[in-house]
Design a binder for this molecule. Sequence first.
Ligand code: PSU
Ligand code: MN
Length: 305
Amino acid sequence: MNKFLDLGAEVSAALASGRPVVALESTIISHGMPYPQNVETALRVEALVRECGAVPATIAILGGRLKAGLDQAQIEDLGKKGRDVVKVSRRDLPRVVASSLDGATTVAATMIIAELAGIRIFATGGIGGVHRGAESSFDISADLDELAVTSVAVVCAGAKSILDLEKTLEYLETKGVPVIGYGTSEFPAFYNPHSGLSLEERADEPAAIARRLRAKWDLGLAGGVVIANPVPEKDAMPKAAIDAAIEEALGLAKAKGVKGKDVTPFLLATVKELTGGDSLESNIALVLNNARLASAIAVEYGKAK
Ligand code: PSU
Ligand code: MN
């Protein structure tokens, strides 16, 4: 095992005996949702994964140690610190480890640590992507390049339309990353199941997804897979309301000159403010929905050997 990595006791036992494990990220806790809903959601997600027959492994960096499997007090602490914790993507990992800092891991960094731990399935809310205006800003999330090289399947509700979803899909195609719609042939737009962008790959059963993951990795094709799980209609936000909030948030980001790794947290927080509690409710519901699907895939992946 990697010398910087610590597995939680439950995670370690599950991996040793080949039982299903689902990785969970921590930037969604520190930067993605306000306290206390972030902690409540993280704990509900863990409980749901257990109910579904898998072991949750929330991933973060504490005192410079990579952690796969946090306890309740550690999750509570990350949630309370919120944006004071370093948001860690691939390039931040060495600094945070070498300086013994705490870090909340993005999709990219969570994938890296999950792969080091031997965890193949990961549930989150939304992935990063190609930002609108990327043709001049060059702002493309490191999550996409991570998906190209790190062999972990990411279950998400698509991506928020703070991003250019069409370019995001093009980029994933270029990088050889399969995008599988679960029960849909359309890429979901996070708060809403519809983006109007079609997907070539669809699967209607967790077992079918597990077989595709086996096929990819047994072919020696390293890299991730995006499993796009639409938010249930009952939990979706009306497209017009969310689009208006996103436009306003993008305008504010531009006016304030927000740059680099602060762009995504700024947009997420501003959209949340502008839409009140509704978007948070929707966000929580879709994360739970993704945890349920990821658990089912992890169970099937264990059988698909
Ligand atoms: N999108 C969301 N919620 C999130 C994030 C993105 O809807 O919490 C977080 C994830 O941790 C993701 C990161 O990996 O933001 C992407 O940040 P950036 O665009 O700076 O790569
Ligand atoms: Mn960026």
